[in-house]
Ligand binder design. Structure first.
Ligand SMILES: [Zn+2]
Length: 253
């Protein structure tokens, strides 16, 4: 396996991760070498991209076509009022590069409407993270990851409900297996969204990503985490492959 060199500065910067028994120097080197793609730089993508970069991932692909609006600021914590009207990818890139100057970022400010677009973006990624807010786009990303054999972490927050699942191996239930009947396009502009719940789900997505990259097990393969922000209850539901899945994910077994 290829290893990256950690100098004294790196050893100090990442020392609190290196001390963790399941990360250590080897795990930190894996993080430093990894490439991660993040779709969606809304509430989830804001904190998520920051934690992924702060953990030492040096190659990050950021995908979002949207510009920052006043209504985003309540939960999209890297943005401020002076950023209104600017592209989210540009502001997140600037924020991450200021904090972590040696990071490499590829920006994609295109709307994802075809599977081939997503396939191209994720080509070299070790993990793909979906923090978008649209069922149709999530289905496209899900299919692209199946076709390219990429590990996928999906998170969503709407109203008082936060969800998280992962599609890790060819045995995983995919997004379409779990959400086959959802075609609705509700967004937080219709239902509202509890800001700290976005932080909670994005942090858990970042933990799932770090655990997988450092060689530990996924916690949400064939599982769906559901958090109710109104009473702060947590449920973990079992999921399984749907033999009539519209993505035809059974053929990847
Ligand atoms: Zn499926």
């Amino acid at each position: 396996m290829q290893f990256t060199h950690l100098d004294d500065k790196d050893l100090l910067f990442y020392s609190r991760h290196i001390l963790l028994p399941n990360i250590g120097i080897e795990g930190q080197q894996k993080l430093n070498l990894a490439e991660v793609t993040i779709f969606g730089l809304g509430g989830l993508g804001n904190l998520l991209s920051t934690y992924i970069a702060s953990s030492g991932v040096k190659k990050i692909n950021l995908v979002d076509f949207d510009v920052i609006e006043d209504t985003n600021l309540q939960r999209q914590i890297n943005f401020s009022s002076k950023d209104i009207g600017k592209l989210k990818v540009n502001i997140i890139e600037k924020t991450l590069k200021e904090k972590y100057p040696d990071i490499g970022i590829n920006k994609y400010s295109e709307k994802i409407i075809k599977c081939s677009q997503a396939e191209k973006i994720i080509e070299n990624s070790d993990i793909v993270i979906d923090g978008t807010d649209n069922f149709e786009v999530r289905k496209i990303i899900n299919k692209a990851c199946l076709l390219k054999n990429k590990k996928l972490i999906i998170g969503a927050v709407e109203g008082y409900t936060g969800q998280l699942m992962s599609v890790i191996s060819n045995k995983s239930a995919c997004y379409e297996c779990v959400y086959e009947n959802l075609t609705d396009n509700n967004s937080c502009s219709d239902t509202g969204v509890l800001a700290p719940l976005v932080g909670m789900i994005s942090s858990m997505m970042a933990i799932e990503c770090i655990n997988i990259l450092t060689g530990n097990k996924s916690s949400y393969e064939n599982k769906l985490l559901v958090i109710n922000g109104l009473n702060i209850s947590v449920d973990v539901l079992s999921t399984k492959k749907n033999i009539s899945c519209k993505t035809n994910c059974v053929k990847f077994i």
